[in-house]
Design a protein around this ligand. Structure first.
Ligand code: ADP
Ligand code: ZN
Ligand code: ZN
Length: 839
């Protein structure tokens, strides 16, 4: 028998062999199962396996470890069945998951849940369907009688559950039969809660086989058609698209019928020729990622400045794993990324290019697609599960050596990464808030790079203070680019004083004179304008003019936002909706007014100020559909929109020639957010949105509306003085013990009963105080929003000494204490949410 090298064979395995299985349930540890003899030779780490869990449940897990120590607390049950002959998950991934669960204080099962596309997770709920590619008469695999029973059944029934298959075959578990059918490409598995695999089908046309086999037949055909101009022309078109004289084998795949019709032939001509047996029409299941039409890549030569930066990056990589590229907006970072990616791919390694959520649908992906074409997989959060599985398989099979994706793409099954790029590394959307693992993709990427011995390049025009700090401490290499490509000028900034305009009666519909004039000038020149306000809806709240009453959400401690579309009040935290009240619930007055400015209202104001302008709005409400965002941008790019009003969506990565004016409606609101990072965020957001203006020959203008034009932060932003601003803010962070000088951990304690939540939090603080490490514990305090979705929230902030092992030790103790607290009856249903490096 094959000796499995996973086991230490010197020891005789008296007590048997065991597998620790990672299960998709929130339990602190892996669960141990017994490996039966028959499976010993096959078993490998990273294989999916089915096991019994609890009394009835059957779950899919991943083999995380194998060993020969029986568990002490319980008798190990046997494994049910191995699902894969090759591991689905590689050993590096398991190391990565383990690191993540320890670093971010969560269970490894939770990490697995985030990592595996649900198409790869099976449960008792899983079902099978016929594979649309399967042809019973053409398959090269013989089916055994039991497999045939299942296939026959699927001819009449759309789907069968695992359980039904078992009953049909009178087996306790039909998994191995199903597994074999999957391997023979006869069936597909899907999860009941998820969509079925719906193949993308194309109608295609090819020449009948007889014309390929015999040249004479084809000549005869031409003669036959010489009097039928339309048909002859269609035949010629086909031969142009499919050069069968040179490559007869191409006929098999034929052409997309749609493309053939686009050459100008009529559908009826095609139909006639199919009827006469000249052409054949057939259906083909195609990959979702084929057929992305890519233009010829345009050859780009790096400028001297870009070339120097690239050489500097490479020089740093000689000594350091991570490099921070700090290059102002428009300095040409993307072209540098492209060159680096090409080099790494040529050397045979994989590349992961991370982008923030929103930037991913935009121009940058098109730019990369032009260069890398079908080698590049795209992993987007709006993708369906089918598409995710396809990218996952593409990475496994080597079809996609390059993946461009959002934060969750760090979980793809890479086995030899050479380079990870984290573009816009300061972006807050890299942090996952809910559910666990609450990871930051930039930090996780650095760990992933370490596991693969890969280089990591962080890029930003406004680096996060953490990264800049690490660079200044020489932990990372630092490369700076201070000029725009082609010497495009940075925009001019105007600080436009709202209060002074108000006094002079120059403020119209909350728009200052300067902003109105700039917009008008841009419209006159057929240029475009972007207006930024980080608030969607019409008005952030409404109130009663008589008594000041403000309608709040029934389930959360927040005021309701008025949305004009649908005339309703909505809670942005739980989705609760109600109609706009006709009169005050407190005093009965009918004087209800809307207060503050959301994007809807700004759009309305602008259309009154500039009735001739074409105005569009880009926020979560207008871009919900899969391609909503893309369509809006296409429209803007084609010049069908003059003014684009939007939330932070408009700040990211847009590169449009004709945008010359950017307006920021209410800058103070960004600055006065109660958070130690507010200054850093304001600097980043304003600089980023300003970077959308004047990216070509013409210098752009950025108008910042504010009540405090003298605030020093605005002065730093205007001067583009990142370093000075950084130094100032860091002084404060050091004095008041904030990251990066300490490690922060936030714990939110939630319960539907206010008292229990508060008591649980106090209890925990007492327990934590007794852990003997250098630390400061703040709270518990009622959260800024004290109730969300009917749960009261108390927060504890721990500031930990960063020296060696302290955070790791503290986190271990923290998790132990929480587990113990939850063992107490009172706190059994209390949620303790741990957030390491909170956003
Ligand atoms: P960043 O990513 O730093 O904001 P980009 O890479 O988007 O900057 O570059 C800004 C603009 O300059 C883009 O329109 C890009 O196409 C152009 N550009 C940058 N480098 C080159 C180059 N070497 N040759 C031609 N065009 C370039
Ligand atoms: Zn009132
Ligand atoms: Zn609510």
């Amino acid at each position: 028998m094959f000796e499995n090298t996973l086991f230490d064979n010197s020891e005789s395995a008296q007590g048997g062999h065991f597998a620790d299985v990672i299960l998709p349930v929130p339990i602190p540890k892996m669960f141990t199962y017994k490996i039966q003899k028959e499976l010993l030779a096959e078993i490998q780490i990273g294989q999916r396996v089915m096991v019994h869990f609890g009394k009835r449940k059957v779950l899919t897990g991943i083999i995380g470890r194998v060993h020969q120590k029986p568990p002490k607390e319980y008798e190990a049950k046997p494994l049910l069945e191995l699902l894969d002959s090759n591991p689905t998950v590689n050993p590096l991934q398991i190391k990565f998951w383990t690191w993540m669960s320890e670093y971010y204080c969560c269970h490894i099962g939770e990490v697995m849940n985030a990592a595996l596309p649900s198409g790869l997770k099976l449960s008792s709920e899983s079902k099978i369907q016929l594979n649309p590619n399967f042809d019973p008469y053409e398959t090269k695999y013989p089916m055994d009688p039991r497999e045939q029973v299942i296939l026959d059944q699927l001819e009449t029934k759309d789907e069968l559950s695992y359980e039904e298959c078992g009953k049909l075959l009178q087996l306790k578990s039909a998994h191995h039969i199903i597994k074999s059918l999957v391997a023979k490409e006869a069936v597909l598995i899907f999860d009941q809660v998820k969509e079925k695999f719906s193949p993308k089908i194309e109608n295609r046309i090819r020449l009948h086989g007889k014309f390929i086999e015999e040249k004479a037949a084809l000549e005869g055909l031409f003669e036959l058609l010489s009097k039928k101009a339309k048909q002859e022309e269609l035949l010629l078109r086909y031969l142009q698209m499919v050069p069968i004289y040179q490559k007869p084998e191409l006929n098999e795949a034929g052409v997309d019928k749609k493309l053939l019709l686009e050459t100008g032939s009529s559908p009826s001509t095609v139909k006639t020729m199919v009827k006469n047996g000249v052409f054949e029409e057939f259906k083909k299941v195609i990959s979702r990622f084929d057929g992305l039409q890519v233009d010829e890549p345009k050859l780009v030569e790096l400028s001297d400045a870009q070339d120097q930066s690239m050489q500097a990056i490479k020089a740093h990589f000689e000594e350091k794993q991570t490099v921070l590229l700090h290059g102002i907006t428009g300095s040409g970072k993307t072209e540098i990324y492209i060159k680096l990616i090409e080099e790494v791919l040529d050397s045979g390694s994989q590349v992961l290019f991370l982008l923030p959520e929103i930037a991913l649908t935009t121009q940058i992906v098109n730019r990369l697609q032009k260069v890398f074409g079908s080698k590049m997989g795209v992993f987007h959060s709006k993708y369906s599960d089918n598409e995710r599985v396809e990218v996952w398989q593409g990475v496994l099979s080597g079809r996609f050596p390059l993946v461009v994706g959002v934060r969750s793409s760090i979980f793809l099954p890479f086995d030899s990464l050479g380079l990870i790029i984290v573009d816009e590394e300061h972006e807050t959307s890299y942090k996952q808030f809910d559910p666990a693992p609450r990871f930051h993709a930039r930090d996780a990427a650095i760990m992933l790079g370490y596991l693969h011995q890969a280089k990591v390049l962080l890029g930003s025009a406004t680096p996060s203070f953490e990264s800049y700090y690490n660079a200044r401490q020489q932990k990372y290499g630092l490369v700076e680019m201070a000029h725009r490509y082609g010497n495009a000028q940075l925009p001019d900034f105007v600080l436009s004083d709202i209060l002074s305009d108000k006094k002079k009666n120059l403020l119209k519909l909350d728009t200052t004179r300067q902003l109105r004039e700039k917009i008008q000038a841009a419209l006159n020149n057929q240029e475009q304008v972007i207006i930024f306000q980080n608030r969607r809806g019409y008005a952030p709240f409404v109130n009663c003019e008589e008594c000041g009453w403000i309608p709040e959400c029934e389930h959360c401690d927040v005021s309701l936002t008025y949305h004009q579309f649908g005339e309703e009040m909505r809670c942005h935290y739980c989705g609760f909706k109600e109609k706009l009240p006709k009169k005050c619930e407190a005093c009965g007055s009918v004087s209800i007014t809307t207060v503050g400015q959301g994007t809807e209202r700004i759009e309305e104001n602008l259309s009154m100020l500039f009735p001739e302008a074409r105005i569009a709005r880009m926020d979560m409400d207008t871009t919900r559909s899969k391609y909503g965002f893309q369509k809006l941008l296409e429209n803007f790019g084609q010049g069908n929109i003059d003014i684009l009003v939007g939330t932070q969506m408009v700040t990211k990565g847009l590169d449009f020639d004709k945008v010359t004016v950017v307006g920021i409606v209410d800058a103070d609101r960004i600055l006065y957010f109660p958070d130690y990072r507010a200054g850093e965020r304001a600097f980043q957001q304003i600089t980023q949105v300003a970077g959308r203006a004047g990216r070509r020959e013409k210098t752009g203008s950025v108008i910042i509306q504010t009540r405090q034009p003298d605030n020093p932060i605005y002065q730093s932003i205007i001067k583009g003085d990142y370093r000075n601003f950084y130094l100032q803010e860091m002084g404060e962070r050091k004095n008041f013990f904030y990251p990066p000088f300490i490690k922060a951990i936030k714990i939110s304690v939630k319960h539907k009963d206010h008292n229990i939540a508060e008591r649980g939090a106090k209890h925990l603080v007492n327990l934590l105080n007794s852990i003997e490490v250098k630390k400061i514990i703040l709270g518990p305090e009622k959260a800024l929003i004290g109730k969300i979705k009917n749960l009261y929230i108390f927060e504890i902030l721990v500031k930990l000494d960063k020296s060696h092992q302290v955070p790791a030790y503290f986190k271990q103790e923290l998790m132990r204490q929480i587990e113990e607290l939850q063992g107490d009856k009172t706190f059994r249903s209390t949620r303790f949410v741990v957030d390491v490096d909170p956003g």
